[in-house]
Design a protein. Structure first.
Length: 142
């Protein structure tokens, strides 16, 4: 049985163009069927709330970097998880920070998962494949 959100986009919130490219390439290599939308800073990520209110398709998952310009990733997470409608969108922190304080803060704010970005492409491919498998096949959404 297919997930009813299988063709909904994945929202990637990432300011580093190299990491954006790496993520998109990794998902393509794992035959991801979901389109990927990119917000390049925290403000752009929060602007998606208005887009969803105006009828844009809600993402199946949000991949959120923490170190973002304009609005920090933790502030984006906090705002999303407090939203009365969109708080149920799964958010996965995908960041280079392995700082215990960042991990604790993210979970305190309601993140669904916290993943430290692998440094090499092959490891990143494995992570991307696992993210896609989990959120599109294994995880059940309402």
């Amino acid at each position: 049985m297919k997930n009813k959100l299988e063709n909904n986009p994945i929202l990637l919130v990432e300011d580093n163009p190299v990491d954006v490219d790496l993520t998109i390439r990794a998902f393509k290599n794992s035959n991801l069927v979901n389109p990927i939308e990119v917000a390049r800073d925290g403000e752009e990520a929060l602007n998606y709330i208005k887009k969803w209110d105006d009828g844009a398709t809600i993402p199946v998952v949000i991949l959120l970097d923490l170190k973002l310009p304009k609005i920090d990733g933790l502030d984006v997470l906090k705002t999303m998880k407090k939203h009365p409608i969109y708080k149920t969108i799964p958010i996965v922190v995908l960041t280079s920070s392995a700082e215990n304080s960042d991990i604790k803060a993210a979970y305190k704010l309601g993140v669904n998962s916290y993943i430290v970005k692998p440094v090499n492409f092959d490891s990143f491919l494995k992570v991307a494949s696992q993210i896609e498998l989990y959120w599109n096949v294994l995880n059940k959404l309402p």
